[in-house]
Design a protein around this ligand. Structure first.
Ligand code: FAD
Length: 289
């Protein structure tokens, strides 16, 4: 099922997982997907790693499992920095064989040795895919606080318009911890003639260390409400993680109530945590059981 079609019918609920990293076997990643599927999300997205320990070759395989063995719509991430058109074609062919028709088209983070070959920005990849594979439904990334490399929100919004005009069918946000930031961003998008749906991506914080790292990698600000929750949780890692899930549930309830297009959970491959969030949203009537 195309995700843009789904978004026309409902406020969606979805999960993100990542493929095996390091020595983690593919079967473990499949088990994560199986456990997440119990919640019947509208789709599961699988991240793409162009280098390091995560293997991009496994992304298509996990997408295949999700879509064909678990019967859940798959969204395959794809980064283009360091990739040629031939690399992209090989990946799309794998997705096509698995019947996966949703792609989240991304630039990827800059890294030493990962230079642009055929694509410099995500909008280049979106234009290319739209022209070569018009059957694909294309998602793109957006940033409620602006992209870290962007000199201003205006420039960041111009890029979203560029991605929409290139053929993006929907956006998924980077994580954020302050819903007011998202509502301001949504208003700016509407004024900037950004019309495609915006799915919100929420990641529960798991510890003070993790949230600080996130803030520095993606530029998400940490509101005082979050700092107070972490202080109240004390030094116990389990209590900090519990506080993170509770905060994410409150964030999601508020977002659901305020009519966002879709709720997407960055599960960090933790199905029990995702299930707790799912049950809380079912409990207050935002999701069907
Ligand atoms: P772009 O849209 O290309 O933007 C990158 C920067 O370039 C921005 O600052 C933009 O303003 C600027 N820019 C764009 N076009 C122009 C132009 N023509 N002229 C001047 N400046 C321009 N990373 C992974 O490696 N794997 C993943 O699976 C992955 N999944 C993600 C999922 C989501 C929902 C999000 C939000 C991010 C994800 N990322 C992933 C991270 C992403 O790759 C980084 O945030 C990356 O730095 C930017 O990617 P982009 O697609 O937004 O890039």
């Amino acid at each position: 099922m195309r995700i843009d079609e789904l978004l026309k019918t409902k406020q969606t609920y979805s999960y993100e997982i990542f493929p095996p990293k390091g020595t983690m076997p593919l079967s473990d990643a499949r088990k994560v997907a199986e456990a997440l599927a119990q919640d019947h999300p509208d789709w599961i997205s699988t991240t793409f790693s162009a280098g390091g320990t995560g293997s991009s070759s496994h992304t298509a395989e996990i997408c295949d499992t999700v879509q064909n063995d678990l019967g859940i719509t798959s969204l395959a991430h794809l980064t283009c920095l360091g990739s040629s058109k031939e690399d992209v074609e090989r990946y799309v062919e794998k997705l096509d064989r698995a019947g996966v028709s949703n792609v989240l088209a991304l630039r990827g983070d800059r890294a030493p040795g990962r230079d642009a070959i055929d694509f410099t920005y995500a909008s280049d990849l979106i234009s290319y895919l739209k022209a070569q594979h018009p059957e694909l439904c294309l998602g793109a990334a957006c940033y409620p606080e602006g992209h870290v490399e962007s000199p201003s929100m205006r420039r960041s919004l111009e890029n979203l318009k560029r991605k929409q005009d290139a053929g993006a069918d929907f956006f998924v946000t980077q994580l954020f911890f302050d819903n007011e930031t998202f509502y301001r961003f949504r208003d700016l998008c509407a004024r900037g003639r950004i019309k495609i749906p915006i799915v919100v991506g929420i990641m529960p914080f798991t510890s003070q260390k993790q949230i600080t790292r996130m803030a520095f990698t993606c530029g998400a600000s940490i509101p005082s409400a979050v700092i107070k929750r972490i202080i109240a949780a004390g030094d116990d890692p389990a209590e900090q993680a519990k506080a993170g899930v509770a905060y994410a549930i409150e964030q999601l309830q508020d977002l659901a109530q305020n009519g966002v297009d879709g709720l997407h959970i960055y599960t960090m491959n933790k199905p029990a945590m995702a299930h707790e969030i799912h049950e809380a949203l079912v409990g207050c009537g935002y999701l069907a059981s």
